[in-house]
Design a protein around this ligand. Sequence first.
Ligand code: IMP
Ligand code: MG
Length: 177
Amino acid sequence: MKKIQVKDKSFAISIPEAEILKQVQRVAAEINRDFAGREPLFLPVLNGSFIFAADLLREITLSCEVSFIKLASYSGVRSTGEIREVIGLASDITGRDVIIVEDIIDSGLTMAHMIETLERHNPASISVCSLLVKPDALKVQIPIHYRAMDIPNDFIVGYGLDYDGFGRNTRDIFTLV
Ligand code: IMP
Ligand code: MG
């Protein structure tokens, strides 16, 4: 069993690279089919989705654009706590078919906020494409049009996902032991 150490924690392999790539190819084929004849704008969310986006986009045969976005966190003065703003929205998304590319949907709160923010720019459509989904952790109802894999409610790293900033640079996905 392949194991890695990330800072103070041990992780064991849970999804090998070959399985990830197989599911990424399947998702890309679905998008190629569904968006045939259209020119979507892919919006991968930094930092976690950078590897997924690179593999996914190389399987996309559509005429398309790619523009990375990021959620900046501010510890605001409001009692509601964290304020998260979408930054880097360089392209005009008005009237565009937008595909959000995320690493993982856990509670779904991040994605719900992202959708709400993008809707204000009046895109033609918004689709959600996530590498991973933790169905048992979802707290809000959000549309998830494309997903590579569902995983249990465990903490994972690798293939772009981090633990405290580290562990993004592995080919396989590892689960906390
Ligand atoms: P949500 O708002 O609860 O859906 O959280 C989504 C974000 O939390 C993701 O974009 C990740 O950055 C982070 N996250 C959630 N679960 C994990 C995990 O198992 N490993 C690493 N990051 C995670
Ligand atoms: Mg993320």
